[in-house]
Design a protein around this ligand. Structure first.
Ligand code: XMP
Length: 506
């Protein structure tokens, strides 16, 4: 299948370039800037990403791209464009101030195929501190803005393009058109990448690689593990066993509901209710990291004990997706986020790892799920942390607190769905505080727990805004919670964004 290679120089928007290319029906791989594949007959073009670095600084990333230029069409974006200019003998200088934000193209070369269909006046998005002040020989000007003369340039003979602005962000009005001009018009992509084609080729590949032996997969009720399971089930049928562990800190009825959903999908699943074990081990523990450690350790123990009951297991499947692997990598020396899915294979199990979703972005996982016939309510559910309600019960966990929080959470989530608010929110849930306050119900004084409701909007959980909920909705909601959930007499709403707060309270 045709593919575009995106060389990553550490920009925050590299993944976005990848997603845009995939939206154009074209497979792409994001690789570290110095790891261009030696021989890969499927490569049809190369994109060089942006970077927080400067090409002339001592720590600049300057890979040898002599085997790339002239062989494949190349598009450099921001740092990528500066690199093309710098390596070709052009001039890149600090422009004194950082140029950040929108600008309008005031000149567009009519004969440049990268800019076909894009006219002067089109808005582009800039984010750079360096400017290309002289183009290398063989290069021509393709577009300018008022403050950036060399906003786009090209070498028609060697089929190399550079753009100082970011076509991958939505603020560049014709960014999608520009990338389409490159990927389809210039590189000649056959646009073979789609959810259906992914399912077809992956099922075939899985059948070929998982020749014999059984496969196990930890199911969590989340989108990634569900899609991985259904895909594997299509490939190897009942040779796949999914293991779904109830740690007693799931949402109300979630264990039973999700198991029923899995069975409806025809999956071979073992549900293990280990609630008692987990809650016993968590008795008296109030430190958030200790809670996480205990849950993580027990989870592996329970999973392994169940796996040991299945004969002939050769493979461990995981729902790892592409961003888990890219985010775990370190291009410029700064780790952005380390992921629990990556590198967590217990070695003594002696199993081969199988990650059928490792090339997919989150939105692609959902599309593949739809292609596989998985119901929408399973694919478009809010993220839920692995340790579950343990990180939403501040302080010590008791069975009584779990019951209270499950009831509050259940009312909150059901109300959001009934009001049509659920899908606009990234993640919602309730938090139980280790605080009791005085209230009055009828003629009685109460002394009960305070709960906090949290709902946020986000696109990737790295940053989040608290969500505005309509006043009449919150009034009804707090009434219902206090009237129906025994043990709660106060409801608060969390109006903190991330950063500086986090989504979870622990
Ligand atoms: P924070 O609280 O860091 O959460 O803003 C960001 C996202 O990660 C989820 N989260 C976790 N997921 N294990 C998980 O599997 C954890 O320990 C964990 N802690 C936070 C959180 O729900 C949100 O989606």
């Amino acid at each position: 299948m045709n593919k575009i290679i995106i060389l990553d120089f550490g920009s925050q928007t590299t993944q976005l370039i990848g997603r845009r290319v995939r939206e154009l029906g074209t497979f792409c791989e994001i690789l570290p800037y110095d790891s261009f594949p030696a021989e890969d007959p499927d490569v049809i073009g190369v994109i060089l990403s942006g970077s927080p670095l400067s090409v002339y600084a001592p720590d600049a990333l300057l890979p040898d791209l002599s085997g790339v230029f002239g062989r494949y069409p190349v598009l450099g974006i921001c740092y990528g464009a500066q690199l093309i200019s710098f390596l070709g003998g052009g001039k890149v200088e600090n422009s004194g101030t950082r140029e950040y934000g929108r600008a309008l193209l005031n000149y567009v070369a009519e004969d440049c195929p990268l800019l076909t269909g894009i006219e002067a006046g089109s808005q582009v998005w800039m984010s750079h501190g360096d400017s290309i002040t002289a183009l290398p020989s063989g290069f021509r000007l393709a577009a300018s803005t008022d403050s950036v003369r060399n906003a786009a340039f090209w070498n028609p003979d060697r089929r190399i393009w550079g753009v100082q602005f970011h076509p991958e962000v939505v603020h560049t009005a014709d960014g999608k058109r520009l990338l389409e001009n490159f990927v389809v018009g210039i590189c000649g992509s056959r646009r073979e990448w789609s959810s259906d084609s992914f399912v077809e080729t992956t099922v075939r590949e899985l059948q070929a690689t998982l020749e014999d032996g059984n496969v196990i997969l930890g199911l969590s009720g989340g989108v990634d593990s569900t899609v991985a399971a259904v895909l594997l089930n299509r490939a190897v049928g009942s040779r796949l066993t999914g293991i779904f562990v109830n740690h007693g800190l799931l949402r109300k009825n979630e264990f039973e509901d999700v198991l029923a959903d899995y069975r409806k999908l025809g999956l071979n699943v073992r549900g293990v209710d280990a609630s008692g074990l987990f809650l016993d081990a968590l008795k008296g523990v109030d430190n958030p990291e200790r809670k996480r450690k205990i849950i993580g350790r027990l989870f592996i123990e329970v999973f392994e004990a169940e796996a040991a009951k299945i004969p002939g297991v050769k493979y461990l499947a995981q729902g790892t997706i592409y961003p888990d692997r890219i985010e775990s990598r370190n291009i410029t020396g700064k780790v952005i986020k380390s992921h629990h899915n990556v590198g967590g294979l217990p070695e003594h199990l002696n199993l081969s790892l199988c990650e059928p979703l490792k090339w997919l972005f989150k939105d692609e996982v959902r599309s593949v799920g739809l292609s596989l016939g998985i119901p929408r309510h399973m694919l478009f559910r809010h993220p839920f942390p692995g340790p579950g309600l343990a990180v939403r019960i501040v302080g010590e966990i008791t069975p009584e607190k779990v019951r209270i929080l499950q009831d509050v959470d259940d009312i909150f989530i059901r109300s959001l769905r009934a009001e049509g608010l659920y899908d606009a929110i990234w993640q919602a849930g309730a938090i139980l505080l280790p605080v009791r306050t005085v209230g009055v119900m009828g003629d009685e004084r109460t002394y009960d727990y305070a709960v906090v409701l949290r709902a946020v909007t986000s696109s990737d959980a790295m940053t989040a805004d608290w969500a505005f909920l309509p006043e009449d909705f919150t009034r009804r909601l707090s009434n219902e919670i206090i009237n129906k959930v025994k043990g709660v007499n106060r409801v608060c709403y969390d109006i903190s964004s991330k950063p500086p707060s986090t989504i979870e309270w622990e």
